[in-house]
Design a protein around this ligand. Sequence first.
Ligand code: FPP
Length: 251
Amino acid sequence: MSDKASIKSGPDHIGIIMDGNGRWAQSQGLSRIKGHQQGVETCRRVIEACQELDIHYLTLYAFSAENWKRPETEVNALMELLELFLMRETDTLIKHGIKLHAIGRIHELPAKPRAALEQAMEATSHFKDWHLVLALNYSSRNEIVDATRAIVKKTIKGKLYPEDIEWEDIKGKLYTDGLPDPDLIVRTSGENRLSNFLLMQSAYAEFYFTPTCWPDFTKAHLQEAIDSYHSRERRFGRTGEQLDRETSLSR
Ligand code: FPP
């Protein structure tokens, strides 16, 4: 989408930092794992809501590269939930014409969820209109490291001169190559930070922070985030007057 188009419409791409599963569970006397299970239900609900609200790209931060530091039982439970989600939801993705993508160091995931992921991506690879992106073992800083390594290899081979390197070259080596930048980033559970999520891609994104924990997040909350997005003026470096002129010219 051109930035001019996204000023007036959209969001076309929403990224969500799904936070608060643990606190939601603990507040009800449940185990953290129950919170993650409930979080998976919210994923299903939000994927459906995105289609209803005409949002073509949804990126879910499902497991960060830093999440390996959690207790082993919790990491194992999250990997099992991921595998189950992929096995159970692939048919739904196919039914709704949703293409599944993954961003992150996918090759480092355990064999079973990785195989389920690869199968689901293969089975949905021909869809074009709707996109679900799972950020798994994802870290923006690792993404920059991996992109830099790829660029350096090209320069060593003499295929790219250092002085010719532009943003487009780096962008083309990010895990998100081929995907549009997010228009809106949502974080649940009252935390106001990005935690290494889509740092480069969200350069011009709008941010929406809600105190609602992820298991309680509904289509109505998503609509509130979208309403907030629509109340903002996205200028992409231009002045408000320039935007007004462009809007009146395009009418
Ligand atoms: C943050 O809550 C959530 C996570 C680290 C994982 C998100 C995972 C899911 C929603 C389930 C798996 C997803 C898929 C797509 C299968 P937290 O545990 O950090 O909550 P807390 O901050 O309250 O402790």
